[in-house]
Design a protein around this ligand. Structure first.
Ligand code: NAG
Ligand code: NAG
Ligand code: NAG
Ligand code: NAG
Ligand code: NAG
Ligand code: NAG
Length: 416
């Protein structure tokens, strides 16, 4: 009797769980993805119309203005960066294909033969000795985009997911990326930043204006640093200072130090088939003069992407011939398209989240990124996760239905 009741309860829980998943799916389809799906149906019945530039007329002034891009149906992958038009035809070959790797090596050899220099901007603060050749090859460099005033966020990251003690035996390097600020406040912030740098030695800064639109320069500084000062590192992650990053899961479950490091590898939340946002009032507006194409190449949300160490110098080199664009993640994807490297989809779609996932120790022990954290929340959740590490999912069955029903975006807006 006992057994039967428990058995039946397990079945009910499973049923509830399935039903709630279905509910979430219907909700998503109705609220957010409908334009995408209806667009696809529309495209299917009017294939000839597709490509005439009519797709940008989608009205962005409703709640969809929170979305960065219009979703465009994309029957096959094709890098749309016009910059590499002569290379587009070859993109369909997979990066795992050895003949593809050979052609890639041949085609970029010329570009890579020049020595990488610090680039157009000079370092104000640098950490050239973080990654000396004498020590064992480091496993991971974390590049974290931040602004001078975000002192609290940096301190929270140092104590939580950016703490070297997450992977004590492996080389683990944390670097905060900054530009400079002007004015009196800027001078004051610079003094404090330099003191912070002397204390923690985890800040790099170049002399470009620190602004949201200059995020691409910030990311390229990080690529440049890895290419010059730590080219042998196995993996690099670029992320932001308002993120929760489960570095332990990233290192031990996704990247796995025990296997040979990958090459030409790039992964994250793959954003496939997105079109430029042409709404001038949007934070993610892309002027047609800067990017005339209808679609972006598949890009990985800038909230967190991971790549093999060899990619840093390749992306940096590719960037030298690609004009700057304000959207950092799209820009990096254009560099990848030029290199004919397609981002690898992560092993499951719940790993890299560019929205905030409702916290539970079970959920957070099985994801890599979640977005939108105040420093205090970061400390709170991190410590909860650490103290419940061994039995993170002990209550899973009981709360499964509930947890999954609110595993949706708390904030539908997406940020870089
Ligand atoms: C977009 O929708 C708003 C109201 O939802 C309307 O006022 C506006 O005229 C529309 N714009 C276009 C271009 O259709
Ligand atoms: C895109 O490339 C094609 C062919 O390479 C060229 O004719 C066209 O002018 C380019 N478009 C833009 C906007 O650069
Ligand atoms: C690159 O640097 C090495 C050593 O720093 C130097 O010997 C070589 O000449 C440089 N090559 C170029 C193309 O500047
Ligand atoms: C990193 O973690 C270790 C061990 O938990 C701790 O002793 C150290 O204070 C932490 N570092 C920072 C900067 O909080
Ligand atoms: C980006 O930085 C450069 C160099 O400091 C500066 O000239 C430019 O105005 C900045 N752009 C924005 C949008 O802040
Ligand atoms: C999910 O939502 C329910 C109410 O709808 C709430 O009681 C529960 O705490 C939420 N779970 C999480 C993990 O936020």
């Amino acid at each position: 009797m006992q057994w039967r009741r428990r058995h039946c309860c397990a079945h009910t829980a499973k049923l509830l769980y399935l039903l709630s998943l279905l509910g979430v799916l219907i909700l998503l389809v109705q609220q957010e993805w409908l334009p995408g799906f209806s667009g696809m149906l529309w495209w299917r019945s009017h294939p000839v119309v597709y490509g005439e530039g009519e797709l940008h007329t989608t009205n962005m002034s409703s709640h969809h203005s929170e979305w960065r891009f219009v979703i465009v149906p994309q029957p096959t992958f094709k890098a749309d960066a016009n910059i590499s038009s002569h290379e587009k035809e070859g993109v369909s070959s997979s990066p795992g294909d050895p003949s593809f790797e050979n052609t890639l090596a041949a085609s970029i050899e010329g570009e890579l033969s020049g020595n990488i220099t610090h680039g157009p901007f000079t370092y104000i603060i640098n950490e050239p000795d973080k990654c000396p050749e004498s020590r064992p090859v480091p496993f991971l460099v974390l590049l974290i985009a931040t602004e001078a005033r975000q002192v609290e966020a940096r301190n929270a990251i140092r104590q939580t997911w950016g703490n070297e003690s997450v992977a004590p035996a492996l080389g683990f390097i944390r670097l905060f990326l900054l530009g400079k600020n002007e004015g009196e406040l800027g001078l004051l912030q610079q003094k404090m930043l330099e003191a912070e740098s002397r204390r923690y030695h985890d800040i790099i800064q170049q002399d470009f204006m620190d602004s949201y639109k200059n995020l691409t320069l910030k990311t390229l500084m990080g690529m440049n640093w890895v290419a010059i000062h730590c080219p042998q590192v196995s993996y690099v992650m670029k992320t932001d200072s308002d993120m929760f990053v489960n570095t332990e899961y990233l290192i031990y479950k996704l990247l796995r130090p025990e296997i040979r490091p990958k090459k030409n590898y790039f992964t994250g939340n793959n954003m496939r088939g997105f079109a430029p946002n042409r709404n001038k009032n949007s934070k993610w507006y892309m002027p047609p003069e800067l990017y005339p194409g209808d679609k972006y190449p598949t890009f990985c949300s800038g909230t967190g992407y991971v790549f093999s160490g060899d990619m840093a110098s390749k992306i940096y080199q590719a960037s030298l011939s690609i004009p700057n664009l304000p959207l950092e993640d799209v820009y990096v994807a254009i560099c990848l398209a030029k290199l004919q490297i397609e981002p690898t989809p992560p092993p499951n779609e719940f790993l890299f989240n560019h929205w905030r996932v409702s916290y539970s120790s079970c959920t957070y022990s099985h994801l890599i990124t979640s977005h939108g954290f105040h420093p205090n929340e970061l400390l709170k959740y991190w410590h909860h996760l650490q103290s419940n590490k061994l039995n993170a999912c002990i209550n899973t069955l009981r709360t499964r239905a509930g947890r999954h029903s609110n595993r949706t975006r708390e904030k539908p807006s997406i940020a870089v």
